[in-house]
Design a protein around this ligand. Structure first.
Ligand SMILES: [Zn+2]
Length: 309
């Protein structure tokens, strides 16, 4: 069992306005938590940037060019109110996608058992051709398509336990039967998608909305009775976790009451399934999580569990 941690300083250079919840300190506290001697067995790599061609695995080339133009202030791109464009935005988004690709490459090549990419901006709200909710490029979807293109993987499952629905991943995978997207989230929160009736063109989308205030009971039930069996039936060659930690009780943007123990439990459940299904191959990419203390503690138990410690 070996676990890779991928990051890059671009996650720290990428600025959002003062007071914005999606900020560089999120990565700083994660790095501090994983510097402890307890994590000395982690394999650490610096991310390399994704190329525009790699980003185009999940987005039209015209959208990526429009992003580049918008970041230079010379054009517009479809987006919602929760994104802003700065000169370094696209470069950071490409590094974020690059980290997900690298985390995938090392797992698919057999160099490591599993991996965690701690980067920002996050990705799961970025749709096929629309930047949304702090997200510009869909890191998880790009990673899934990379595993298929570079390693011939046939089926990829993406499991998203961020408190917000991954509308972007759902949008990109809706017509793609080779990728299963499963999500637990709160429907009343942004982006208000992810109803149980949204199942994708071939039943490859599995949404399990949770009641606000859930202390982990409904989350574990949804995982045990709906999501994990669906992934098992799908028989994926790789499981990608869209690992948001804003379902934690102390998160300022979330309305669930999960604890670190729930994230450790969920990680272990996915590992058990991956061991039976896909030679233990798991790639985890950071999504949300906005309370610095609970984010760092939740990531620590997540990575600790991935390491089999
Ligand atoms: Zn979120």
């Amino acid at each position: 069992m070996s676990t890779l941690y991928v990051s890059h300083s671009s996650a720290l250079d990428y600025e959002t306005p003062l007071g914005h919840p999606e900020r560089a300190d999120r990565i700083r506290v994660i790095e501090r938590a994983l510097e402890r001697s307890h994590f000395s067995a982690l394999i650490r790599e610096q991310a390399i940037t994704a190329t525009p061609e790699q980003a185009a695995l999940a987005h039209p080339a015209e959208y990526i060019q429009a992003l580049a133009n918008a970041c230079q202030g010379t054009g517009t791109v479809a987006h919602d109110d929760d994104v802003a464009f700065y000169p370094g935005t696209l470069a950071s988004a490409l590094f974020s996608a690059g980290a997900a690709i690298q985390a995938t490459h090392e797992v698919m090549s057999g160099a490591v058992t599993n991996s965690f990419a701690a980067m920002r901006p996050p990705g799961h709200h970025a749709e096929h051709a629309c930047a949304k909710g702090f997200c510009y490029l869909n890191n998880a979807a790009i990673a899934a398509r990379y595993a298929q293109k570079a390693f011939g993987a046939e089926r990829i499952a993406i499991l998203d336990w961020d408190v917000h629905h991954g509308n972007g991943t759902q949008d990109i995978c809706w017509h793609d039967p080779s990728i299963m997207y499963c999500s637990t989230h709160v429907l009343a929160l942004y982006p208000h998608t992810g109803d149980i009736t949204e199942t994708g063109e071939t039943g490859n989308i599995v949404n399990a909305p949770l009641p606000e205030g859930d202390d982990g009971g409904f989350f574990r039930l949804a995982m045990e009775e709906k999501i994990l069996p669906a992934i098992q039936n799908f028989a994926p060659d790789l499981i990608i976790i869209s690992a948001g930690f804003d379902a934690h009780w102390s998160d300022p943007l979330g309305t669930l009451n999960l604890t670190e123990a729930d994230f450790a439990w969920a990680t272990a459940q996915v590992m058990e399934l991956a061991a039976r299904q896909c030679n233990s191959r798991i790639v985890s990419v950071l999504e949300g999580g906005y309370d610095l203390q609970s984010l760092s503690r939740s990531v620590a138990v997540h990575v600790d569990t991935l390491m089999g410690a």
